[in-house]
Design a protein around this ligand. Structure first.
Ligand code: SAH
Ligand code: SF4
Length: 387
């Protein structure tokens, strides 16, 4: 595996620029019907859509010159009108446990983070859906970032494409593929950027391209009720709910969106998601905060709340970040909590924090562009120093 990853390329495309591409149309992130329409608009035959799709998402090609079943003339024509984007790598860090965090620079200069979590010969990619997040969950570093915008579908699917480039994981859908699952647990609330997330996931799941099944994709949400239902109907991916508290009083504080969509409404939405999407089970994420939500009584309440819903509870040791207002529960408390849940018949894995040393673990993500700019704009190594 290691030899296949082009480590030397970890910051390889840093100097490339998308400036000259501004006048061209990006084909990445277009749905199939959008791709057909744009070809028609440029008086190109629509059967080319399948060919292009195949090159882009099955072979990972981002240069029209490499599309060998397309004539040289047409290749030239296509490259005059279109381009196939990739986010640029601003920097990368490898954790002692093999986790790799990439800081990616978008066309407008904003930055996002993408995290590769290897597990033996396979791995999971944790992708971002927004720059920052408008929801201010008290324990989450991303939520403290002021600058927020939705990622485009190209920027969402681009994270997957870029990492597959880095892993040398093309053509896609091979039996030995490295990237075998995706979690939307990076920066942002995916259901606040639903349309772009939907388009990106449809592209990622498409059988003629990257072809990752919906069972291999997990969308994590803090509980945006109207979109949970849509997501069940449209996508049917695995659903993870960031619960973190078992009563509205505490959840209002920890996950402020609870004031709009409370626990009762959330439970109803999850119940119907399970029916609509035919999902096997829902994952409940529960961050362990010392002295806040880690009591035995909380564990018992949790079990009562989810009664009747096929569930798995993911206990997440709180990942600390500078000036965080909480501490992580100690292992005895976490284990006692897990015991109550397991006794009630639910799987209750305690998530091993990955990439903590490079601030790549859950909730630690926050692009450091502003801080870096203050320290030394030219020296990208300052990221390592700051962390
Ligand atoms: N916005 C979505 C997805 C991104 S956050 C959501 O909230 O679900 C992904 C997961 O990391 C969520 O369960 C979130 O609650 C959790 N998380 C956030 N900050 C954390 C921290 N500091 N330590 C551990 N988990 C954290
Ligand atoms: Fe946003 Fe999720 Fe962080 Fe809450 S936990 S601030 S919803 S990214």
């Amino acid at each position: 595996m290691e030899d296949k990853i082009k480590y030397s390329n970890l910051v390889s495309n840093k100097d490339k620029t998308n400036k000259d591409k501004n006048l061209k149309v990006d084909l990445l992130g277009l749905s199939k019907s959008e791709l057909v329409n744009i070809l028609i608009k440029h008086r190109l035959p629509k059967f080319r859509a399948n060919q292009l799709w195949n090159w882009i998402y099955r072979s990972g090609v981002s240069n029209f010159n490499q599309m060998s079943n397309i004539s040289k003339d047409l290749q030239r024509n296509l490259s005059e009108i279109f381009f196939i984007s990739r986010p640029l790598i601003a920097s990368s860090q490898i954790s002692d446990d093999g986790t790799i965090k990439w800081l990616l620079k978008l066309n407008d200069g904003n930055e996002i983070e993408t995290v590769w979590i290897p597990d033996n010969k396979r791995g999971t990619l944790c992708i971002s859906s927004q720059v920052g997040c408008t929801l201010t969950c008290k324990f989450c570093h991303t939520g403290t970032q002021r600058l927020v915008r939705n990622l485009t579908s190209a920027e969402i699917v681009g994270q997957v494409m870029l990492v597959m480039d880095e892993l040398n994981d093309w053509p896609s859908a091979s039996e030995n593929r490295y990237l075998t699952s995706i979690v939307l647990m990076g920066m942002g609330e995916p259901l606040y950027n639903y349309e772009n997330v939907k388009t990106a996931l449809e592209i990622i799941m498409d059988h003629a391209g990257i072809s990752l099944s919906r069972r291999r994709i997990t969308l994590s949400t803090s509980g945006i009720i109207p979109e949970i239902e849509k997501c069940g109907k449209d996508l049917g991916v695995n659903l993870a709910i960031s619960l973190h508290a078992t009563d509205d009083k505490l959840r209002d504080q920890l996950v402020p969106i609870n004031k709009k969509y409370n626990i009762k409404q959330l439970l109803e939405a999850v119940r119907s998601y399970a029916t609509i999407s035919n999902a096997r089970r829902v994952t409940w994420e529960y961050v362990m905060l010392k002295g806040v939500n880690d009591n035995i009584k909380d564990a018992k309440n949790l079990v009562n709340l989810i009664k009747g819903i096929p569930s798995k509870i993911n206990l997440i040791p709180f990942n600390e970040w500078p000036c965080a207002p909480y501490k992580c529960s100690n292992s005895l408390e976490i284990n006692n909590f897990a015991k109550i849940i397991m006794k009630a018949g639910y799987a209750s894995p305690i998530r091993t924090p990955r990439g903590r040393d490079v601030m790549a673990a859950c909730g630690q993500l926050k692009s450091l562009s502003k801080i870096i700019k203050k320290v030394d704009r030219k020296n990208t190594n300052s990221i390592e120093k700051l962390n």
